[in-house]
Design a protein around this ligand. Structure first.
Ligand code: 0PR
Length: 357
């Protein structure tokens, strides 16, 4: 009876992170977890009514602005990188004066851009990459008078590389198109590197940076930032019966837990905690790359804390059987993401399992 009532919930534990080497999410910071629970019943989608969480969302956007070199940021906490990327494409499409809009992105762009293109009736043109990085000349060849946005990736999903963002921004500028940077995953690592990736480095218009990935906030907490608030004007729909009069977000009711946990995580970790995390994760990724190379594998990375290697499919299958959560790139390489929960001792036992094979 008890079990039927709980639907098996009482006996079910969420997975632990002990063997998770593929996820781009991680264990939330303890303060983020606590804040998420406190704000569980709030809805930043109705800021007139839920005013305290609406204030927190302003704070979250300010903090994300600090991280991305934007002193007066506009933006909001999205459900994730997918929503942020869709909205960035929507901004570009709505502003442009064309019936046949296209967006130019490197082949390495996340599949959320494919969703955006389909939903918004925009053609997605993807350019070949060099060493997994955007090739600006190849992107240039795809640009025409109907191009509404150019996309650069700062921390790519499969290989963790950073595109030449300033050159992509220049190209966008020349084409009269917007420049969107997808730093959904990389955004909380990049401030501690020498890459030029954010608003302070180039004429970027919009940027995705997700607290629920490396930011260590609870899910759902993505981030969309814009150089200025008026970029959001073309997204506004009237909300006649709410206390606020218009809405620029894609979803209506939204997670106050995500917003509060984003503020809590960033307040706890920016900048020292994230810096330390970046160095720890990079050391781990370098160590893993070295171990794999020593065993004769062809390894790419780490540029950011992500490593790929040419392990055979049977080897990867065996690792999966042993409980490791590992994934493959589109070209079949093993892909390991060194998120904050990935420790050296975890990697040691992973390598020991490889040796067993
Ligand atoms: N942009 C980039 C560069 C990303 O890597 C991702 C997700 C997104 C946008 C989309 O973000 P959301 O998933 O928040 O909408 N990258 C990972 C992926 O799709 C996400 C992920 C997270 C995968 C946790 C697995 C996992 O366990 O592979």
């Amino acid at each position: 009876m008890q079990q039927a009532e709980w639907g098996g919930l009482a006996e079910t534990e969420p997975q632990d992170f002990d063997r998770v080497l593929t996820s781009m999410c991680t264990e939330p910071h303890p303060r983020a977890r606590e804040a998420a629970e406190r704000f569980l019943a709030t809805n930043p989608g109705d800021p007139g009514t839920y005013q305290t969480v609406a204030k927190l969302e302003e704070r979250a956007v300010e903090l994300l602005g600090t991280i991305t070199g934007l002193p007066e940021p506009a933006g909001y906490i999205t459900s994730g990188g997918t929503e942020a990327n869709i909205q960035a494409v929507r901004i570009a499409r709505n502003r442009a004066d064309t019936d046949d809009p296209n967006v130019v992105a490197p082949k390495s762009a996340h599949f959320s851009f494919r969703k955006a293109a389909e939903l918004l009736g925009v053609e997605l043109r993807t350019a070949p990459v060099i060493e997994h990085r955007a090739d600006v000349d190849a992107m240039n060849e795809l640009v025409d008078e109907d191009t509404v946005a150019l996309v650069g990736v700062a921390g790519s999903t499969e290989y963790g590389v950073v595109d030449p963002i300033p050159a992509i921004a220049d190209l966008a500028n020349d084409a009269g198109a917007l420049c969107h940077v997808d730093a959904a995953w990389g955004g909380f690592y990049l401030p501690f590197t020498d890459f030029r990736w954010h608003f302070g480095h180039a004429d970027i218009d919009t940027l995705t940076i997700d607290p629920h990935k490396v930011g260590q906030a609870a899910i759902p907490a993505g981030g969309l930032l814009a150089r200025s608030g008026d970029l959001f004007d073309d997204l506004a729909v009237d909300t006649p019966y709410l206390e606020s009069t218009s809405q620029i977000t894609l979803t209506g009711t939204r997670s106050g837990a995500g917003v509060a946990s984003a503020v809590a995580a960033i307040a706890a970790l920016w900048p020292a905690g994230y810096r330390e995390q970046y160095h720890r994760s990079m050391d781990n990724a370098r160590w893993l790359a070295q171990q794999l190379r020593r065993r004769g594998h062809d390894v790419f990375g780490p540029v950011l804390p992500l490593v790929t290697a040419d392990l055979s499919v049977p080897m990867t299958d065996e690792l999966r059987k042993r409980g490791w959560r590992v994934s493959k790139t589109g070209s079949g390489e093993l892909r390991i993401v060194c998120m904050p929960h990935v420790t050296r001792s975890m990697l040691r036992s992973f390598v020991a399992d490889l040796d067993w094979y």
